[in-house]
Design a protein around this ligand. Sequence first.
Ligand SMILES: Cc1ncc(COP(=O)(O)O)c(C=O)c1O
Length: 500
Amino acid sequence: MNATLELKPSTAGKPATSAPPAPAISAWPDTGTLYRRFDALVRQPMRPIRKENMAKVMRYFDERCQRSKKVAEAAKTVIPGGVQHNLAFNHPFPLAMERAEGAHLTDVDGNRYIDFLQAGGPTLLGSNDPLVRLKVNEVLEQCGPVTGLLHEYEVKLAELVCQDMPGVDMLRLLGSGTEAVMGAVRLARAYTGNKWIIKIGGAYHGWSDQLVYGMRLPGTGRMEAVGIPQGSTAHTQECNPNDLEALRRKLRLNRLRGGTAAVLLEPLGPESGTRPVHHDYNRQVRALCDEFGALLIFDEVVTGFRVGPGGAQAYFNVMPDITVLGKCLAGGYPMAGAIGGRRDVMMMLVGGIGTTSKRAFVGGTLSANPLSCVAGYHALLEAKRTDAAGKAGRAGDRLRRGLESIIDRLGLPYVVYNMGSIVHLQTSGVLLLDTSNLYKLWRVKDEAKARKHMMEEMGAAYSAHGLITLAGSRIYTSLADTDDVVDDALNRFEDVFKLV
Ligand SMILES: Cc1ncc(COP(=O)(O)O)c(C=O)c1O
């Protein structure tokens, strides 16, 4: 099929929606000011926790986390590095968790934490929501977790997503965000007949061969592509966030050598907005895609449902051709991944044994299992009923305002900003170093190590003060984060910042 024939997004068949609640992102950050502040943060010497205070932080782990330490030591003998979760903190060792409820986690030593990791994003309702658990248990009683055949909840979940996400007419469920991105890329190539995929530097789109490219830091290309043949990334390119001219140049050049199948991006900016895009960026990328006959893929693995039931596409009012979903889609239960999109594009993902039409092959034994589907359906329904995205967003606003005022009061150079329930707290600035060309990358190599270590120390200090964050620099809030929880957290953050 020729991509230039019909690339206009369709919202045909969508029911008229009733007045939506206030957006989960109450105000888009002023990106110009933010980038100036990032620059100032990485230009000045680091402001880590003082050595003598860090020794006190470490005492917490020695004295209060004995059982976790034992579990972590046992883990090291049977699990490479002792951790399997890329988000897990392993400094000084990973904490082993026993209970999760709402806004809190409790470790195996009985220490309680405010949970701002939220499993890396999926638990918008807070952890272990009782209603969702009840519904999951009902299905488990009836048919166990999987049958390999159609289940009503598959359809209910797909209907709900198609109803709420303006760019999604049809949905195909898969096992994870990584799988869904892989499938989306294949689908874009199959549909357009084009080769190239342009991603935005610094973004994480899972760990498939072709996308371990320009990860975390823009401009780093194959830096992390260990064990991945050159050929696998031969048609992957990256562009710096916000650089529309560079994107246009790539699209123009690609036109002469196989065409661009898709521009793939996280709509808030790489790494969930760690490098935020300006407010009009997505619309401008959409226009470029239309001009050059490329599909636009939104990776909404993080933003899907967290930025509201319609995701970032509804927030920005920009329709992608293909949407990748994950995380919240299964409410924190296993197997969260899906490709959604325009009907004509999606029809190239037809499944089943008897199919003879040309299709982009995707699959998975456990994909679309009843357990993930019932969990996702009820989690999303409950999130809508309670306006979880909006309330989590207000909690994010309150936390960001509080952190801003503490940081100002203590005269620290740290930068805090939020997009609703996604709060970024940059203290070491490691992810903000300028790596936009090879020379700059080489220049900041050692500094990146030192700044990464500082980020680990900050993360450890937060944990020792009862706060679990994502890698010491990101915070996900949830519906469970009441004002009391946020205010409690602010006192704890202040205690940590006073150690600097
Ligand atoms: C934007 C984005 N895309 C894709 C993925 C990969 O999803 P999964 O971990 O489910 O494979 C992630 C995971 O964090 C993500 O943040």
